[in-house]
Design a binder for this molecule. Structure first.
Ligand code: SF4
Length: 387
């Protein structure tokens, strides 16, 4: 970028920068939390989560001192729950022997749990003023259009060319402003559809604009068909309580609680699926009763329908956690304390709304909840091996 364009971009940013809560006090903690939350998640979704998080865990000491269950509960709804587990682990490393020691460089940040190239570069640039490039979706789009990049922006070659170009453009000492200016330009002017080129501060140097290829940039490899999974889940009751199970940490939805069940196999009925899953997961036999509803959700890499059924224990056998880390019998009114994925939370809410009824609707499809079908996040219904 010629100096005049860099200056124009930074001048535009000074006038038009978005007001975002994590920019009010750009300390390392706020920048780090916001950047992790923003991965795969829209800014409008993140803002209320960020504000609530900062009230709940205002600093790295409070985060390190919390339990992983409290952290997961605060994260609930943002998806990709391993991010929260890693934040918690990293906070405990940053708080070493009672002292807060912030990594100062991108490579030092990369050594923390769950911190990849993007987060490391973003925190180093935005919180510590390092001249790093945080290549998020907005930067990929703006840079790809600006140099009219004809290859997939997520391919190794595409990424290498975008980074090389961006690094050559970055005015020394302006890492924070340069990254944020490009992020805001991508969010406000160089939008995915219908970029507003006439209002763009770098339009005179934009190759895609000159060639009329804005609509073809960025190039992205086509995604395959998203698979759909059918899952059955059980609501087992005992003395006014329901059984929930905690998933092992480290996998999908790791550490969250769910209603036990699993993925239907080819040719299997939902009832047979549930009987098999509960035998394998809990070592019990059940009678499958009324349907409690069909709960649907679309994720970035698959969609799922979870059919929930009231079930009754047979044979007086006590359920055991054969594939979970813990089981608990919980009154429906207390389920809100336990972190869950979106679909299990939707089932839990139905139980609270109709505590005395095994089946809330004769037609379960009428009760299909809007499980907030935002793409992105991890799916309940995905067990390590089969679900
Ligand atoms: S001129 Fe248009 S296509 Fe090029 S960077 Fe600006 S808004 Fe995007």
């Amino acid at each position: 970028m010629p100096p005049s364009q860099a200056a124009a971009l930074l001048a535009w940013y000074r006038r038009h920068a978005r007001r975002l809560p994590w920019r009010d006090h750009p300390d390392p903690y706020a920048v780090w939390i916001s950047e992790v939350m923003l991965q795969q998640t829209r800014v409008e979704t993140v803002i209320p989560y960020f504000k609530a998080w900062m009230r709940r865990f205002p600093g790295v000491r409070e985060l390190a001192g919390a339990s992983v269950q409290q952290v997961l509960r605060a994260w609930e709804g943002l998806g990709y729950y391993q991010r929260a587990v890693n934040l918690h682990r990293a906070a405990r490393q940053i708080l070493s022997n009672g002292e807060v020691r912030w990594p100062q460089t991108a490579s030092a940040w990369r050594a923390l749990p769950g911190v990849g190239d993007y987060t490391a570069a973003a925190v180093a640039a935005l919180a510590f003023g390092k001249d790093e490039i945080a290549l998020d979706g907005n930067l990929r789009r703006v840079l790809a259009r600006w140099i009219d990049l004809p290859v997939d922006v997520r391919s190794p070659e595409g990424e290498r060319r975008l980074l090389a170009k961006a690094r050559s453009l970055l005015p020394a000492g302006k890492g924070a402003a340069f990254n944020q200016a490009l992020m805001d330009l991508g969010a406000m002017i160089c939008t995915p559809r219908a970029p507003m080129c006439e209002r763009c501060p770098i339009r005179s140097g934009c190759l895609a604009r000159r060639r009329g290829t804005q609509g073809e940039r960025p190039v992205r490899a086509g995604r395959g068909r998203v698979p759909h999974r059918i899952v059955a889940a059980a609501v087992l009751r005992r003395g006014g309580r329901v059984l929930i199970a905690r998933r092992p940490e480290g996998g999908l939805l790791g550490g969250l609680w769910e209603f036990p069940g699993g993925k239907r196999e080819t040719g299997e009925s939902l009832e047979a699926c549930l009987r098999r899953e509960l035998r394998e997961e809990l070592g019990i036999r059940v009678e499958v009763g009324e349907s409690l509803g069909a709960f649907e959700h679309a994720y970035s890499h698959f969609s799922v329908t979870v059919h929930a059924f009231a079930c009754e224990l047979l044979g007086g056998v006590v359920p055991r956690a054969l594939e979970h880390t813990r089981l608990a019998w919980i009154a429906p009114g207390r389920l809100s304390v336990y972190p869950m994925g979106k679909i299990d939370r939707a089932i839990a809410r139905c139980l609270v709304a109709a505590p005395g009824r095994e089946s809330v609707s004769a037609d379960p499809r009428k009760r299909r909840p809007s499980a907030g079908a935002r793409a992105g996040g991890e799916g309940r219904g995905v067990k390590r091996s089969r679900r």
